[in-house]
Design a protein around this ligand. Structure first.
Ligand code: PEP
Length: 257
């Protein structure tokens, strides 16, 4: 079990209207009042942009101990980018965490390592925490290239940053073959890749950065798999997609041990 604060994040993707999102927060709030999180754990939820304001209000008015997160942002401060949302806009909604470089964005929207770095830059500039997603495809894993791919993704986003900044970042290891497939990585695979990620952070940004940065696992996490993953030394939390859409299953994952 990691000694760092565990962060369990729910990535809702393109699900939940703002009405459904409010119902989710009310349900999660009641569950957390009945059975609170244990010390050393934190939660974040990442609604679609249209539900951020409603979720912010619901969390803050009820004092729900859950941080607000976003799923993406644009890499520029502002300007003629029709349909995009800026980091400043997110910060004004009290967003704490922003997912950058999710594999679905890399795959469907052509996000490159350079773009992911630029997004992490602007998130940090606005005093929010990027959750940087990295991970390999099944073909890359089978070809023995998982560490090479993830190492390159990490270097691109972490190099030439002050160690204290890297120490505050979150890296989500999400093997692409495990996302939305029902095929969770074994806790042994998750631990091995998390340890590799920590070692790479150490090479790129130094030991203090490696010690401080949190490494989540993501990919078909369910309540029955969460405890085993969270018990691994280098796994400091979970990034949960499908199973985070239901308040009860997200709460069960949050409590798993
Ligand atoms: C994700 O999209 O980050 C994810 C891990 O999804 P799922 O849990 O549904 O595999």
């Amino acid at each position: 079990m990691s000694e760092r604060e565990l962060l369990i994040s729910g990535n809702w993707k393109m699900n939940h209207t703002h009405f459904e999102a409010i119902q989710f927060v009310q349900a999660l709030s009641a569950l957390l009042r009945a059975t609170p999180l244990r010390a050393g754990r934190a939660l974040s939820v990442h609604p679609a942009f249209t539900a951020l304001r409603s979720v912010q209000t619901a969390l803050e008015s009820d004092g729900v101990p859950v941080a607000l997160g976003a799923q993406n942002c644009h890499e520029s401060e502002k300007g003629a980018f029709t349909g995009e949302v800026s980091a400043e806009m997110l910060k004004k909604l009290n967003v704490s965490y922003v997912i950058v470089g999710h594999s679905e964005r890399r795959q469907h929207f052509g996000e490159t390592d350079e773009l992911v770095r630029a997004k992490a830059d602007i998130v940090l500039r606005h005093a929010m925490t990027p959750i940087v997603c990295v991970g390999e495809t099944l073909a890359e894993r089978e070809a023995g290239e998982a560490k090479g791919k993830v190492g390159r993704q990490l270097e691109a986003v972490l190099s030439a940053r002050p160690p204290a900044v890297v120490a505050g970042m979150v890296i989500a290891y999400e093997p692409i073959w495990a996302i939305g497939t029902g095929r969770t990585a074994s806790s042994e695979d998750a631990q091995q890749m998390a340890a590799f990620i920590r070692a790479t952070i150490g090479h790129v940004a130094g030991a203090d950065a490696a010690e401080g940065a949190r490494i989540q696992y993501g990919g078909s996490v369910t309540p029955d798999k969460a405890g085993e993953l969270l018990r691994r030394r280098d796994v400091d939390g979970l990034l949960v997609g499908g199973a985070s859409l239901d308040a009860e299953s997200f709460h069960e994952i949050a409590l798993a041990r």
